[in-house]
Design a binder for this molecule. Structure first.
Ligand code: FES
Ligand code: CO
Length: 374
């Protein structure tokens, strides 16, 4: 197929508030302790002719560089310690990689192993080292964690390893809103009858209960039973009116703190689907969402599973990018109703995590271990 384009960071919206904080005033500090996807494996592999990088990308206002060394994708601060050039411009060289500006070479641990401009016989100083970050590949996504210390993990997406399911990687998308705004939108069912009228719902099916929410294992879990049948014959929502009616079954949500959302559908007769979505914070008011949609293996076309999503996304971006402020902020004084409960419970946990991070990583672990029913 055609090569996948690298992230188009030049198209980022400038911050609406130059002093904008990350969601709920975290200053990026808290979310550095968590894993975030920074590229799809396909983007990384198609970025250079070697298929192994280097490739620059962004996470939490930092430029980082990905490069495969010793058979593993590594992540470093994307700044050469010599004159601060981007190592994303660099080249692979004998299992290590070189900055392309003056040719300094670095190994898989970020140690400088060669400085071509030094006089013959001189030793490379031992203290020249790149800042390295935790990096792992899971679900064909490259995940990075900027700060170690807390025992945070890459969220478990069950469909990926399920031999009865087929998974499709969605094209990542960059939105001019914070990660928090994106998660809030994705888990918000009350906008379906209006924001997705005719796609995922429609009046008169607008009433929502405040469903119970279980808090455990670093996640919030809740069911949503307002999904109903779409009847293409008469273009209505409600009880099925014909054999062609598409039943939208109850959906189970998992919000893995802070920003991973998984959606579980049971269509009956052994047919299931799952969606995983993670909006990675690029900076305080821009996020890039990575997503995978999976379904019980059948003869359906890939396009069938991706096209509904792109319709929904096209509807959502108009609302979400219009939100002002573009990050979640208590100062906005937004009003809520009972059906907004999932977002409220989740926002409160975000705030407790932010307070915990200010104390230290062990406190983050304690906060993530909270359990309860809301
Ligand atoms: Fe990288 Fe000089 S800036 S080698
Ligand atoms: Co929506």
């Amino acid at each position: 197929g055609s090569p996948v384009k690298p992230p188009e960071f030049r198209r980022l919206m400038p911050l609406s508030r130059p002093d904008a904080d990350y969601d709920l005033g975290s200053n990026a500090e808290t979310w550095s302790y968590f894993w975030h996807p920074v590229a799809t494996l396909a983007e990384f592999q198609s970025h250079s002719h070697t298929g192994r990088g280097p490739m620059a990308t962004r996470l939490l206002d930092r430029q980082i560089v990905l490069v495969e060394l010793d058979g593993k994708v590594q992540a470093f601060d994307d700044r050469c310690p010599h004159r601060s050039a981007s190592l994303g411009l660099g080249v692979l060289d004998k299992g290590e990689f070189r900055c392309r500006y003056h040719g300094w070479r670095f190994d898989a641990a970020g140690r400088c192993t060669d400085i071509p401009s030094m006089e013959e016989g001189q030793k490379v100083p031992g203290n020249i080292r790149l800042t390295q970050f935790d990096c792992d590949v899971r679900y064909d996504l490259i995940w990075v964690r900027l700060k170690s210390g807390a025992t945070t993990e890459i969220p478990h997406f069950p469909a990926w390893d399920d031999p009865t399911m087929t998974s499709h990687m969605g094209a990542p998308y960059l939105w001019p809103v914070s990660s928090g705004r994106r998660v809030a939108n994705f888990t918000d069912v009350t906008h379906l009858p209006f924001g997705h009228k005719g796609t995922l719902g429609g009046p008169p099916y607008t009433r929502f209960k405040a469903y119970p929410i279980a808090q455990h294992d670093g996640m919030l879990e809740f069911q949503q039973d307002q999904f109903i049948a779409y009847n293409p014959g008469d273009a209505t929502f409600g009880p099925p009116t014909g054999p062609e009616s598409i039943m939208l079954p109850p959906g189970g949500y998992q919000v893995v703190m802070p920003f991973t959302v998984m959606l579980f559908f049971d269509f009956g007769q052994g047919r299931f689907s799952q969606i995983m979505m993670h909006p990675t914070p690029i900076d305080a008011e821009n996020c890039r969402s990575y997503w995978i949609t999976s379904h019980t293996t059948d003869s359906s076309a890939t396009q069938e599973h991706l096209s509904l999503q792109s319709t929904v996304l096209t509807e959502d971006i108009a609302f979400v990018s219009s939100q002002n402020p573009r990050a979640l902020s208590d100062e906005a004084g937004e009003m809520s109703v009972k059906a907004d409960k999932p977002e409220i419970i989740w926002r409160r946990w975000l705030k407790r995590l932010i307070a915990a991070a200010a104390i230290g990583p062990a406190e983050i672990d304690r906060c993530l271990a909270e359990t309860g029913t809301h």
